[in-house]
Design a protein around this ligand. Structure first.
Ligand code: GDP
Ligand code: IMO
Ligand code: MG
Length: 421
């Protein structure tokens, strides 16, 4: 059986920490989409590490970590990540597996990402510029190179063919970038990748499931960044939702059991695009400061605002969320008053639905006020010790969503997670 853990907002909900926490309950931790645009922060023995492509189960040495076919993989980033993991005393070669169907990001994908953003001018997506969009375009356009191609003697020829195709595109966009240094690193990364266990991911995972092993599928980005259901075009280029697990790992829908959704106690977004509950004031700044809301991949300041139940409700519906983890509740500790968005007013009418085009309509969030708990909750271990005001806030949200908030995260540390029974 497979459980899924994914983000319900616009990413950075704290998925990495929660996967690391739950990993002991599983045999395999598998990434099914996204690539180095992700930044999943973990604290291991009090030391911080940010993972981009390696599943967040890597610090549990008896667990299998699989990079699935739905991922787009950057060999250069992978090598750097592996070195960082190694500095924690972990032998990553032992338990890291890569699907042969995983698509590769090549240096010109990154150049194309830059060229595409530049061409968009004011309408830029705010991409992480890691080559994600162009790599997925080559997948659906049936041009991409895959990890399994590494083992083919014609790999370099195939690479040159693809690079030339990209070069023509870049030329037509009048975009010039010297990729010589990237290319050198890329081929070093490709050589480095040869040491890994490159597997037929779909047979690999289904065989293990048949043997009774448990899989935790780790999502990247968030549901509102999903290419189909997110705030298009301000989204990433993959299916970040639970359905992506089937195509991104090769498992059938009947194998999926729990869908664990992660949300912050408030909301953030990095990059451009609609964000109805955004706070462009001192409260937003306070959330950013206390929550240390700066991108784990790009270092950009994250936009901050109140929790948006219209968007969360939508994410629960699309994903079939069965359990919720609420992270960063401690960030709200000092706030006098809190707000929760319960509906949108669009053209004078109240709605609890996500509109087709969130940029073309003026959305006014309808906010319900809550009294802050004004207590340091970061040391609390048991749900019954949570202040009454915090309990009220949590209960209101889970009743609105109709899905139970089963865990509250009250700090970045591995042990800061309270189970609500
Ligand atoms: P991910 O991409 O979903 O894995 O999330 P990121 O790692 O990008 O961002 C989450 C940030 O919040 C990281 O810096 C975490 O260390 C931190 N974090 C996670 N959970 C908590 C929490 O409950 N409280 C606080 N204060 N920080 C947290
Ligand atoms: P994790 O897994 C937050 C955002 C970018 C940009 C848009 C498209 O750490 O939650 P892309 O590089 O995919 O072309 O960027 O998506 N984005 C993320 N925002 N967390 C992420 O990952 C993100 N990955 C991409 O900022 O707005
Ligand atoms: Mg992140």
């Amino acid at each position: 059986m497979v459980d899924v853990l994914l983000g319900l907002q616009w990413g950075d909900e704290g998925k990495g920490k929660i996967v690391d926490y739950f990993a002991p309950n599983y045999d395999i931790i598998a990434r099914f989409q996204g690539g180095p645009n992700a930044g999943h922060t973990l604290y291991v023995n009090g030391n911080k590490i940010v993972l981009h492509q390696i599943p967040s189960g890597i610090f549990h040495e008896d667990k299998i970590n699989l990079i699935g076919n739905g991922v787009v993989l950057d060999a250069v980033t992978l090598r750097r990540e592996c070195e960082a993991v190694k500095s924690f005393g972990i032998d990553y070669r032992k338990n890291l597996y890569i699907s042969e169907r995983t698509h590769l990001i090549i240096p010109t994908h990154r150049a194309l990402d830059k060229a595409s953003e530049l061409a968009k001018g004011n309408e830029k997506i705010g991409s992480t510029l890691k080559g994600i969009g162009p790599a997925y375009m080559d997948k659906t356009g049936r041009n991409g190179l895959r990890v399994g191609d590494l083992l083919d003697k014609n790999f370099t020829t195939q690479y040159i063919k693809l690079r030339l195709k990209h070069q023509r595109l870049l030329d037509s966009m009048n975009f010039n970038e010297d990729i010589t240094a990237w290319e050198e690193e890329f081929f070093e990364g490709i050589e480095f990748m040869r040491q890994f266990k490159i597997v037929n991911g779909e047979y690999f995972i289904n065989d293990k499931i048949k043997q009774g092993m448990k899989v935790l599928a780790e999502g990247a980005q968030g549901s509102m960044l999903d290419v189909d259901f997110g705030t298009f075009p301000f989204v990433t280029s993959s299916n970040t939702i639970s359905a992506g697990v089937c195509t991104g790992l090769g498992v059938a829908p009947q194998k999926i059991r729990d869908v664990i959704g992660v949300t912050k106690a408030y909301c953030t977004r990095v990059g451009s695009g609609p964000f109805p509950t955004e706070l462009n004031d001192s409260t937003g700044e306070e959330l950013r400061k206390i929550g240390n809301e700066f991108g784990a991949t790009t270092g950009r300041p994250r936009r901050c605002g109140w929790i948006d139940l219209v968007a969360l409700n939508y994410a629960c519906m699309i994903n079939g969320v069965t359990k919720i983890v609420m992270t960063k509740a401690d960030v709200l500790d000092t706030f006098e008053d809190l707000k929760v968005c319960t509906s949108y007013t669009i053209n004078g009418e109240s709605s609890k639905e996500i509109p087709f085009q969130m940029m073309r309509v003026a959305i006014v969030p309808e906010l319900q006020g809550f009294t802050g708990w004004k207590t340091d909750i970061s040391g609390i271990k048991s749900a019954k010790d949570l202040p009454e005001a915090a309990q009220k806030y949590i209960t209101f949200i889970d009743q609105y969503l109709g899905v139970k908030i089963s865990w509250i995260s009250n700090g970045p540390g591995r042990d800061q997670l309270i189970e609500i029974i």
